[in-house]
Design a protein around this ligand. Structure first.
Ligand code: SF4
Ligand code: SF4
Length: 313
């Protein structure tokens, strides 16, 4: 069972129960790029500009500053679902807070973990690869995870409640894991997520979901929601859990959901109205873990709009 109670401290390594990893040789980078281009040429990858900004810049090349990198370490960190009780008009509203929150795990924690628990030797270079690779595809191609019908990456023991990280290193591992992308066996005869998706993003025609209908594409960023999203579809402070909460592959990890500190009437009202004071921003930042105060000017309007959709005005 995943450990979901660890409080990261500076200089720490991740407890082994909190992460899983796989190793690939960097020679597979061009095959990852081929995967992307084959799907793109077939018209399977949306041209939505927001989505392209997430996936279009990772060209699967070694960075010019690290051309002698030999291996890629891909890590899945268990990221439990959180809930927060927002008090408003005398009622308590339990709101889902998915994986977007600040989990306290830094690049230093991850590098220490790779150095001491995965490589086991000092003196090797370890550099973040997140701007070079598509993490979900890398995880599935390495065998670290498998796709669900909802196109999320599922990792044994963690379900889809994971945050993925990848690092290049000049340590040359003997192992090299490279497999065909696979869908979970449990998806073969299951369409629960498809039937529960409020926007019809998951369909029979294409394995690749219709990302332009997928709610997170709109509630992760500022702006008005498209007219065609049914207001009752919204279900989380950011993102969408409709296809994950109900998924049988998440049955066990859903039980590890944690509760954040309650958000008071005054804080909820201020967030709904989009005008929290500096003290309320500091408190909301601490309680929701969704932003640091320095980024409040971006996140307060986004969370305010999302919370209005959940609680209503
Ligand atoms: S709900 Fe069923 S089909 Fe969808 S990802 Fe989970 S197991 Fe697969
Ligand atoms: S995240 Fe929400 S909108 Fe997107 S596929 Fe899952 S249920 Fe559908």
């Amino acid at each position: 069972m995943a450990n979901n109670t660890w409080e990261p401290m500076k200089g720490d390594e991740l407890p082994s129960s909190l992460f899983k990893y796989q190793i690939l040789c960097t020679k597979h980078l061009h095959e990852l790029q081929d995967d992307f281009e084959v799907l793109d040429t077939a018209g399977k990858i949306s041209h939505n500009t927001v989505f392209r900004s997430y996936v279009g810049t990772n060209t699967h090349e070694l960075p010019a500053s690290f051309l002698d990198a030999k291996s890629i370490v891909i890590i899945a960190v268990f990221t439990p679902l959180l809930t927060a009780n927002f008090h408003y008009n005398g009622e308590s509203h339990q709101i889902l807070v998915p994986h977007y929150y600040e989990d306290g795990i830094t690049e230093e924690h991850l590098k220490n973990t790779i150095k001491n628990q995965i490589i086991g030797h000092n003196g090797y270079r370890i550099e973040n690869a997140k701007t070079s690779v598509l993490l979900k595809r890398l995880a599935v191609r390495s065998g670290l995870g498998r796709y669900g019908r909802n196109n999320l990456c599922y990792v044994d023991g963690f379900g889809s409640f994971v945050r993925l990280h990848a690092f290049f290193t000049d340590f040359e591992f003997e192992e090299d894991n490279w497999i065909e992308a696979k869908i979970m066996d449990s998806c073969e005869k299951c369409k629960i997520c498809q039937n529960n998706c409020p926007t019809g993003s998951i369909n029979d025609e294409n394995f690749v979901i219709d990302i332009e209908k997928c709610i997170p594409l709109y509630n992760e960023i500022p702006g008005e929601f498209p007219w065609w999203i049914n207001p009752e579809s919204h279900n989380a402070l950011m993102g969408c859990m409709k296809c994950q909460l109900i998924c049988p592959a998440n049955n066990e990890v859903v039980k590890l959901t944690q509760t954040l500190e309650d958000v008071s009437e005054e804080e909820t009202k201020a967030l709904l109205e989009g005008n929290p004071t500096d003290d309320q921003i500091a408190s909301l930042s601490k309680k929701t873990k969704m932003f640091i105060p320095e980024h409040a000017s971006y996140y307060v309007p986004v969370l305010s709009r999302n919370l209005r959709a959940l609680i209503g005005q």
